[in-house]
Design a protein. Structure first.
Lengths: 230, 187
């Protein structure tokens, strides 16, 4: 008995027999899968590279020190973090999710879990690779150190030239401009002043009020000092 | 063994080996099912047969990518799903849609949660309420209750996690219940 949809079948069979319809060669399928894997690897490597640069930028500018300066330091840290780089990484992960849909893992696992997995893995890889890669590049003078933020931006670097612990005050030569800045250190950061000496390089978090920097956080700057302005 | 008694996967293995004419048996088996699926999913009968013909042509072109250790039915329904979704997009000019229920989901077991009598009753009810359901709900109810796909198979057709399949079926049934008059649903 003829199938009521025989007409559908007849055209297809005719095209197969005439050669106008033929299967794609297997090597094309394999090649496409290999290319997809290469693309996925490349996108993931880029995501890691962005995190490596992000960690370097935070370290080089001394921003990570802000996390030790209480809630004000944390807020300033969040303000100064290069969110554009993080946004780029999120876009890369979204692209990765799109490309990986070709494979079973791309749709069997809920997408949010997969995205978090990629971000966390790239973040961890970036953290682990940061020092080995960037210290080597700095030693080879392949990087220029980033300029510290201007005074009033809440965060600066300098060298101590005078220090008065009981009065909670000191003065520094600003690393960026070479100017002398008076600093009044607020409590409880003032209690840490006994750890510092004249001539040491420091990072300060605070607001400029009428030419005096009111610091709520102070820490040794472990980077090599900038050459002093003549 | 008579060719018509071979499983889909065995037939495809022989098509891989060069017996292209056996593809006709595959088309005999699936033509009516795919047309029925398309008519109810797209809810528009005008271009379904042409689309089903394209589905068979597309499946034949990609036959070498089918792994015969998997289920052929899920594979060809996946091709059909993509074809019908494209047809829907052409008709409705649908923008990029985010399937929020695939972002996070709980694990699910691949089992039917109703007895056979309940499933047959649901299959009849679906026809009564199809028009009012969204495409997502319509499709998943069709696949589960009228085409008898298990959750795992639906997951492979729609490329969504199994947990999402379970949640979506549950929500589709609730949506259907709201659409149908109380006495029809309870009957």
């Amino acid at each position: 008995m003829k199938n009521k949809f025989e007409h559908l079948k007849e055209k297809i069979i005719h095209d197969i027999e005439s050669g106008s319809l033929s299967p794609k060669p297997r090597w094309k399928e394999i090649g496409y899968s290999v290319l997809t894997i290469v693309l996925v690897s490349a996108i993931f490597a880029l995501t890691v590279a962005v995190f490596v640069y992000l960690f370097h930028a935070l370290r080089a500018a001394g921003l990570s020190s802000l996390l030790g300066f209480g809630w004000r330091g944390i807020i300033l840290f969040l303000f100064l973090v290069p969110w554009g780089l993080i946004a780029i990484d999120i876009l890369f992960v979204m692209l990765l999710m799109r490309v990986i849909k070709r494979f079973e893992i791309g749709w069997k696992v809920p997408r949010l879990y997969l995205a978090v997995f990629f971000l966390v893995t790239a973040f961890t890889a970036g953290y682990v690779l940061d020092r080995p890669m960037n210290d080597r590049m700095e030693a080879s003078n392949m990087y220029e150190r980033p300029t510290p933020p201007r005074i009033g931006a809440g965060f600066t670097h300098g060298v101590i030239i005078t220090l008065d612990e009981p009065e909670c005050s000191l003065s520094i030569v600003d690393e960026r401009s070479g100017d002398t800045i008076e600093v009044w250190v607020l409590q409880p950061a003032c209690e840490r002043l006994i750890l510092f000496r004249v001539g040491e390089s420091i990072i300060i978090a605070g607001e400029d009020e009428d030419g005096i920097l009111k610091a709520y956080g102070i820490r040794h700057d472990i980077r090599p000092s900038f050459p002093k302005k003549q | 063994m008579i060719e018509s008694e071979l499983t889909d996967e065995q037939l495809i293995e022989r098509v891989h080996a060069g017996e292209a004419s056996l593809y006709g048996i595959i088309m005999d088996r699936y033509a009516e099912k795919l047309i029925r699926y398309g008519r109810k999913f797209v809810a528009d009968s005008t271009s379904i047969e042409d689309t089903v013909q394209d589905i068979f042509a597309n499946a034949y072109c990609n036959i070498n990518s089918f792994d015969t250790s998997r289920k052929f039915q899920s594979w060809i329904y996946r091709i059909a799903h993509n074809a019908f979704v494209n047809l829907l997009r052409q008709k409705k000019r649908a923008w990029l849609r985010v399937e929020w229920d695939t972002l996070v989901t709980l694990p699910s077991f691949d089992t039917y949660d109703e007895d056979e009598r309940e499933r047959k009753e649901m299959a009849k009810l679906i026809d009564a309420g199809l028009e009012g359901l969204s495409e997502n709900y319509r499709e998943i109810l069709l696949l589960h209750y009228q085409h008898n796909f298990a959750y795992k198979d639906i997951s492979e057709v729609l490329h969504i996690p199994m947990g999402t399949v379970a949640i979506r079926i549950k929500r589709a049934r609730e949506a259907l219940k709201k659409l149908l008059p109380q006495d029809v649903y309870e009957k």
